[in-house]
Design a binder for this molecule. Structure first.
Ligand SMILES: [Zn+2]
Length: 181
């Protein structure tokens, strides 16, 4: 049987997957409304929930977010900055790209524990309050960014969300090996 040479990566996704937006959207430009982003994200999540159940859909979104965060960090962020400068730079990138208003609530430089908040989050601000956190993609994005910067695997959990009635999203991050001890 014909067999393809085994040279492909497990995943073909990378920053290059985005393509050349400048070249491809000379008149439209790089921006589009938040509703279009949410239509895509929520319709996709709904289909994943229907086909695989809620738990699996959340896991898929979180893992996808992690790949996205990792690629974003490695292609947009300056990973050589000292930690506090890096966090300020990250806030700036979130703001400049309308992702949300990022704040660092707590950071423990010896353990790596971090608490971040995102106000006016692109994913959830303004959603109906259901009592459940919905930003699993963002959990992944933040863990991917923190992992790219620290070279340590991070677990990031959203503890407050617009959808829980909190008005902002709050994320707690921990280095993975530490909580598995
Ligand atoms: Zn949220």
């Amino acid at each position: 049987m014909f067999k393809l040479p085994n040279i492909e990566k497990e995943s073909g996704f990378s920053w290059q997957s985005i393509g050349n937006i400048e070249e491809g959207r000379k008149n439209m430009g790089p921006n589009m409304p938040v509703f279009a982003y949410r239509l895509f994200g929520f319709a996709l999540k709904d289909e994943l929930v229907k086909q695989y159940g809620n738990e699996k859909a959340v896991e898929i979104f979180r893992n996808a977010g992690k790949s996205a965060g990792f690629e974003l960090a490695n292609n947009v962020l300056d990973l050589n900055l000292p930690v506090y400068e890096f966090l300020a730079h990250l806030q700036d990138v979130f703001k400049k790209n309308s992702l949300g208003i990022l704040r660092i609530e707590e950071f423990n430089s010896s353990t790596g524990d971090i608490i971040l908040t995102v106000a006016e989050d692109a994913d959830c601000s303004g959603l109906p309050v259901t009592g459940e956190t919905v930003c699993s993609y963002d959990e992944g994005v933040l863990s991917g960014i923190l992992e790219a910067y620290t070279k340590k695997e991070y677990i990031v959990v959203e503890v407050d969300c617009w959808a829980t009635g909190a008005r902002i999203c709050r994320f707690e991050g921990y280095i993975k090996e530490k909580i598995e001890e």
